[in-house]
Write a protein that binds this ligand. Structure first.
Ligand code: GRG
Length: 306
């Protein structure tokens, strides 16, 4: 593979990503019209419709297509929107003063800075509830058993086995508890990988995937989620040493545990290589053409430079 690791992949991923993200943005806009109570809905729309790469919904749609489903049907689009609603909720809550206390998100004021803490809290709650309502309403075209599986998957990805668990572990670390490699892995699996996993699994489930196919897709997405964090940590170190202390990476500056800190930069790079290879290996069982978007996504995450 060349510098960007994309050699031999004859596929226009940018075009794929742009067209899928556009479909998702339209569907999200329709799912959350601005009506009474306006301030609450405005706050929800502020975080749901303003930017973001839409990685999770695209993952859901690509997983649906991977198993031979039609990604333009109502059900896959509904689960794609639902995972983005959950993601938006998690960002709104993550930025609150009682959590990470961040004033900026995606280059503009965080939700609670723009709307106040109380409205931001409610907007997050309402987005989370809407996610489940949206799946239940939108999955009429698929067997009820599959819709239920998607609901269970999404619920477990958010709750005490998912995002909330990861955030709790992360906060415990910030509170001074020692963070080893196993703890770091736990935090990232729950805070980041679990929702990516749910996105892919829900897409594959409503797309009609067989159980073994769904489990392969689950392993792929979990590894890609971890990969995202490992690469993020490595880039944080590289950027920091390039700028020689000008602006230390946020996590490094906060003295947080990172992969390079716990396994060395070379160790973290080797781990990233292992993760991308094992993620891609899960795609080998599928049709090569249908697997191209997900192969591309894994490599983009692995070889990104910023
Ligand atoms: C209320 C049940 C409940 C849970 C919330 C706050 C919280 C618990 C969890 C925090 C989860 C969190 C913020 C994880 C970070 C995930 C992450 C990698 C975010 C960045 O994702 P990108 O790069 O962002 O996809 P964009 O902006 O492109 O959407």
């Amino acid at each position: 593979a060349g510098e960007d690791g994309l050699d031999g992949l004859d596929f226009d991923f940018e075009q794929y990503m742009t067209s899928k993200a556009a479909a998702v943005n339209e569907a999200l806009d329709r799912a959350l019209p601005l009506r009474h109570p306006e301030r609450l809905r405005e706050s929800m729309r502020y975080s749901l419709l303003a930017g973001g790469k839409r990685v999770r919904p695209v993952l859901a749609l690509a997983a649906c297509e991977l198993v031979g489903g039609d990604a333009s049907a109502a059900a896959p689009l509904a689960v794609a929107c639902a995972v983005e609603m959950v993601h938006a909720m998690s960002l709104v809550h993550d930025d609150l003063p009682c959590m990470d206390d961040d004033a900026l998100r995606r280059g503009r004021p965080a939700n609670h800075v723009a709307f106040g803490v109380a409205t931001a809290l409610l907007a997050g709650d309402a987005l989370l509830a809407l996610a489940f309502e949206h799946v239940a309403r939108g999955c009429g075209g698929v067997p009820a058993e599959r819709t239920l599986r998607a609901v269970v998957e999404l619920g477990s990805a958010v709750g005490a086995e998912g995002l909330a668990a990861g955030q709790a572990a992360d906060l415990a670390g910030e509170g001074g508890a020692a963070v080893g490699l196993a703890d770091l892995e736990y935090i990232h699996v729950h805070k980041t990988a679990r929702l990516l996993e749910a996105a892919a699994v829900c897409g594959a489930v409503v797309g009609g995937g067989a159980d073994e196919e769904v489990e392969s897709i689950r392993r792929y997405a979990r590894r890609v989620g971890l990969l995202f964090q490992v690469v993020d940590d490595v880039l944080d170190v590289t950027r920091t040493s390039e700028q020689l202390g000008k602006t230390a990476g946020k996590d490094l500056a906060a003295g947080k545990a990172t992969y390079p800190k716990l396994m060395g930069v070379d160790g973290a790079r080797a781990y990233a290589a292992e993760l991308v290879a094992s993620a891609e290996a899960e795609l080998d069982r599928f049709d090569a053409g249908r697997a191209a978007p997900l192969r591309h996504l894994a490599r983009l995450i692995a070889y990104r430079q910023k």
